[in-house]
Design a protein around this ligand. Sequence first.
Ligand SMILES: [Zn+2]
Ligand SMILES: [Zn+2]
Length: 176
Amino acid sequence: MEKPNIILISCGHFERNITGKIIEDITREFHYPAYLKQCNIDISRFYNPGRRQYDANGILKVVMDAAPREAVKTMGLLRVDLYIPILTYIFGQAALNGSSGIASLYRLKNERYGLQPDNALLIERFSKVIIHELGHAFGLIHCAYPVCIMRSSTYVEDLDQKEKHFCYKCEAELNR
Ligand SMILES: [Zn+2]
Ligand SMILES: [Zn+2]
Protein backbone atom coordinates (compact mmCIF):
# COMPACT_ATOMS: atom_id res chain seq x y z
CA MET A 1 0.00 0.00 0.00
CA GLU A 2 1.25 3.41 -0.87
CA LYS A 3 1.26 5.95 1.91
CA PRO A 4 -1.43 8.62 1.72
CA ASN A 5 -0.27 11.94 0.38
CA ILE A 6 -1.65 15.34 -0.36
CA ILE A 7 -1.18 15.73 -4.07
CA LEU A 8 -1.00 19.05 -5.85
CA ILE A 9 -1.76 19.06 -9.52
CA SER A 10 -0.58 22.12 -11.34
CA CYS A 11 -2.67 23.36 -14.25
CA GLY A 12 -0.33 25.88 -15.81
CA HIS A 13 3.30 26.69 -15.09
CA PHE A 14 4.32 27.46 -11.54
CA GLU A 15 7.84 28.45 -10.56
CA ARG A 16 9.70 26.04 -8.34
CA ASN A 17 10.03 28.57 -5.53
CA ILE A 18 6.24 28.84 -5.38
CA THR A 19 5.43 25.14 -5.33
CA GLY A 20 8.36 24.35 -3.03
CA LYS A 21 7.13 26.78 -0.38
CA ILE A 22 3.54 25.58 -0.70
CA ILE A 23 4.58 21.95 -0.24
CA GLU A 24 6.57 22.95 2.84
CA ASP A 25 3.57 24.83 4.32
CA ILE A 26 1.09 22.03 3.61
CA THR A 27 3.33 19.36 5.10
CA ARG A 28 3.70 21.44 8.25
CA GLU A 29 -0.01 22.18 8.68
CA PHE A 30 -1.45 18.78 7.77
CA HIS A 31 1.27 16.30 8.71
CA TYR A 32 0.92 14.48 5.41
CA PRO A 33 3.67 14.41 2.84
CA ALA A 34 2.75 16.51 -0.18
CA TYR A 35 4.02 16.38 -3.70
CA LEU A 36 3.40 17.97 -7.05
CA LYS A 37 2.10 16.36 -10.22
CA GLN A 38 1.85 17.95 -13.61
CA CYS A 39 -1.76 18.27 -14.67
CA ASN A 40 -3.00 17.18 -18.06
CA ILE A 41 -6.51 18.51 -17.65
CA ASP A 42 -7.72 20.73 -20.46
CA ILE A 43 -9.55 23.53 -18.67
CA SER A 44 -10.41 25.50 -21.84
CA ARG A 45 -13.92 24.03 -21.91
CA PHE A 46 -14.64 25.70 -18.57
CA TYR A 47 -14.01 29.16 -19.97
CA ASN A 48 -17.09 31.33 -19.94
CA PRO A 49 -16.67 33.95 -22.69
CA GLY A 50 -19.50 36.10 -21.30
CA ARG A 51 -17.76 36.44 -17.93
CA ARG A 52 -14.22 35.98 -19.26
CA GLN A 53 -13.63 33.66 -16.33
CA TYR A 54 -13.44 29.95 -15.64
CA ASP A 55 -16.19 27.88 -14.03
CA ALA A 56 -14.71 26.75 -10.70
CA ASN A 57 -17.30 24.04 -10.07
CA GLY A 58 -16.59 22.43 -13.44
CA ILE A 59 -12.84 22.48 -12.85
CA LEU A 60 -13.25 21.13 -9.31
CA LYS A 61 -15.22 18.20 -10.69
CA VAL A 62 -12.52 17.18 -13.16
CA VAL A 63 -9.83 17.57 -10.49
CA MET A 64 -11.87 15.17 -8.33
CA ASP A 65 -12.04 12.71 -11.22
CA ALA A 66 -8.31 13.04 -11.81
CA ALA A 67 -7.44 12.52 -8.11
CA PRO A 68 -4.74 9.84 -7.82
CA ARG A 69 -5.66 6.82 -5.70
CA GLU A 70 -2.87 7.38 -3.20
CA ALA A 71 -4.08 10.93 -2.53
CA VAL A 72 -5.74 11.65 0.80
CA LYS A 73 -6.65 15.01 -0.73
CA THR A 74 -5.95 16.50 -4.14
CA MET A 75 -5.49 20.18 -4.82
CA GLY A 76 -5.59 21.74 -8.27
CA LEU A 77 -3.36 24.80 -8.68
CA LEU A 78 -4.47 27.27 -11.30
CA ARG A 79 -3.51 30.62 -12.78
CA VAL A 80 -6.87 31.59 -14.26
CA ASP A 81 -9.71 33.76 -12.97
CA LEU A 82 -12.29 31.53 -11.25
CA TYR A 83 -15.97 32.14 -10.61
CA ILE A 84 -19.02 30.41 -9.24
CA PRO A 85 -22.45 31.61 -10.37
CA ILE A 86 -23.31 33.54 -7.20
CA LEU A 87 -19.97 35.37 -6.83
CA THR A 88 -17.93 37.81 -8.90
CA TYR A 89 -14.78 35.76 -8.38
CA ILE A 90 -13.29 33.27 -5.96
CA PHE A 91 -9.74 32.54 -4.79
CA GLY A 92 -10.45 28.84 -4.39
CA GLN A 93 -13.11 26.22 -3.88
CA ALA A 94 -13.45 22.87 -2.14
CA ALA A 95 -16.33 20.68 -1.07
CA LEU A 96 -16.67 20.15 2.68
CA ASN A 97 -15.17 16.74 3.45
CA GLY A 98 -14.54 16.30 -0.26
CA SER A 99 -11.55 14.65 -1.88
CA SER A 100 -10.33 17.73 -3.69
CA GLY A 101 -10.02 21.47 -3.90
CA ILE A 102 -8.76 24.10 -6.29
CA ALA A 103 -7.01 27.44 -5.86
CA SER A 104 -5.85 30.13 -8.24
CA LEU A 105 -3.23 32.82 -7.88
CA TYR A 106 -4.90 34.99 -10.52
CA ARG A 107 -6.48 37.44 -8.06
CA LEU A 108 -3.62 37.31 -5.56
CA LYS A 109 -1.10 39.39 -7.46
CA ASN A 110 -0.38 42.92 -6.26
CA GLU A 111 -0.19 44.07 -9.89
CA ARG A 112 -3.90 43.37 -10.24
CA TYR A 113 -4.54 46.13 -7.69
CA GLY A 114 -2.14 48.67 -9.15
CA LEU A 115 0.65 47.86 -6.67
CA GLN A 116 4.26 46.78 -7.10
CA PRO A 117 4.80 43.05 -7.67
CA ASP A 118 5.72 41.18 -4.49
CA ASN A 119 6.58 37.57 -5.11
CA ALA A 120 7.00 36.64 -1.44
CA LEU A 121 3.57 38.08 -0.64
CA LEU A 122 2.05 36.30 -3.63
CA ILE A 123 3.38 32.94 -2.42
CA GLU A 124 2.15 33.68 1.10
CA ARG A 125 -1.36 34.46 -0.17
CA PHE A 126 -1.48 31.44 -2.45
CA SER A 127 -0.35 29.18 0.37
CA LYS A 128 -3.07 30.57 2.64
CA VAL A 129 -5.78 29.96 0.03
CA ILE A 130 -4.56 26.40 -0.51
CA ILE A 131 -4.38 25.58 3.22
CA HIS A 132 -7.85 27.12 3.69
CA GLU A 133 -9.39 25.03 0.90
CA LEU A 134 -7.65 21.89 2.13
CA GLY A 135 -9.11 22.69 5.56
CA HIS A 136 -12.60 22.52 4.01
CA ALA A 137 -11.70 19.25 2.30
CA PHE A 138 -10.67 17.92 5.73
CA GLY A 139 -14.08 18.93 7.10
CA LEU A 140 -13.46 22.37 8.62
CA ILE A 141 -16.06 25.10 8.25
CA HIS A 142 -15.38 28.85 8.42
CA CYS A 143 -14.01 30.14 11.69
CA ALA A 144 -14.79 33.46 13.36
CA TYR A 145 -11.38 33.79 15.02
CA PRO A 146 -9.89 36.89 13.32
CA VAL A 147 -6.48 35.51 12.32
CA CYS A 148 -7.40 31.85 11.80
CA ILE A 149 -6.68 30.49 8.35
CA MET A 150 -10.27 29.19 8.23
CA ARG A 151 -11.76 32.65 8.42
CA SER A 152 -13.43 33.47 5.11
CA SER A 153 -11.71 35.98 2.83
CA THR A 154 -13.22 38.07 0.09
CA TYR A 155 -10.31 40.42 -0.57
CA VAL A 156 -6.55 39.97 -0.58
CA GLU A 157 -6.42 42.29 2.44
CA ASP A 158 -8.45 39.67 4.33
CA LEU A 159 -5.88 37.06 3.39
CA ASP A 160 -3.05 39.31 4.54
CA GLN A 161 -4.65 39.69 7.96
CA LYS A 162 -4.85 35.96 8.57
CA GLU A 163 -2.05 33.81 9.86
CA LYS A 164 -0.90 30.84 7.85
CA HIS A 165 -2.10 28.51 10.63
CA PHE A 166 -5.20 26.99 12.14
CA CYS A 167 -6.39 28.39 15.44
CA TYR A 168 -6.34 25.97 18.38
CA LYS A 169 -10.03 25.15 17.86
CA CYS A 170 -9.69 24.33 14.16
CA GLU A 171 -6.45 22.48 14.85
CA ALA A 172 -8.22 20.30 17.42
CA GLU A 173 -11.08 19.67 14.98
CA LEU A 174 -8.60 18.76 12.26
CA ASN A 175 -6.84 16.22 14.50
CA ARG A 176 -10.04 14.42 15.44
ZN1 LIG B 1 -13.75 28.93 2.82
ZN1 LIG C 1 -10.16 28.56 13.50
